[in-house]
Design a protein around this ligand. Sequence first.
Ligand code: ADP
Ligand code: NI
Length: 212
Amino acid sequence: MKNNKALIKLAENFVKEELEFDRSGHDWWHCNRVRNIALEIAKNEKADYFICELAALLHDIADEKINESKQAGLDKVRNWMIQNIDDKECIDKVMSIISTMSYNGGQNKPMKTIEGQIVQDADRLDALGAIGIARTFVYSGWKGQQIHNLEQDNTNMDYRSNEKTAIYHFYEKLLKIKDLMNTNYAKEIAQKRHLFMEEYLSHFYDEWNFKE
Ligand code: ADP
Ligand code: NI
């Protein structure tokens, strides 16, 4: 049985290999940031560090958007863990987090464990603020979306042109996230990042309408 430190190193290498060429905002650096944020949040909670770190590192290997199906993505993570980790309980805990943590319009059931809540918060924080804005535009470019469409009134969640835009994503998801955080530490950071995004949008509209 490998020790936890060795397993984390192996997981890092697996994620780097799998997501090296990802340009949809789910690259290695996103996973690395989510791991670092998760460990920081875990300091304030009674949580299993190893489960938090492993789940955070592996969470986007399984993302539906970059796999043939949700199941195919989950199988990839489970198979890797079965090959490398002897502890079935640990594998089940990580799989349970990864398979239930996605945003899903904010409709998913609350995470059952503190480790799940922490990793979910870390992933959501990385969708906010300056980095969240960068990821939104990268994802939009990857999907071929427009930046903004004047035909749409995003604030009313009304998109007449039947096409999502990067700016629409702020209203669809980003501005809602601060109210969905699980831990107090993440709530505090989310609030700061939220204010920055509001400020960003205000500048964006000023420039768009040339009201500077
Ligand atoms: P994660 O699971 O890592 O939180 P997602 O898979 O939901 O992220 O999306 C990856 C990144 O792209 C996130 O920063 C997210 O906010 C952004 N994103 C997701 N859907 C859209 C969209 N329709 N338009 C623009 N950005 C999006
Ligand atoms: Ni993620």
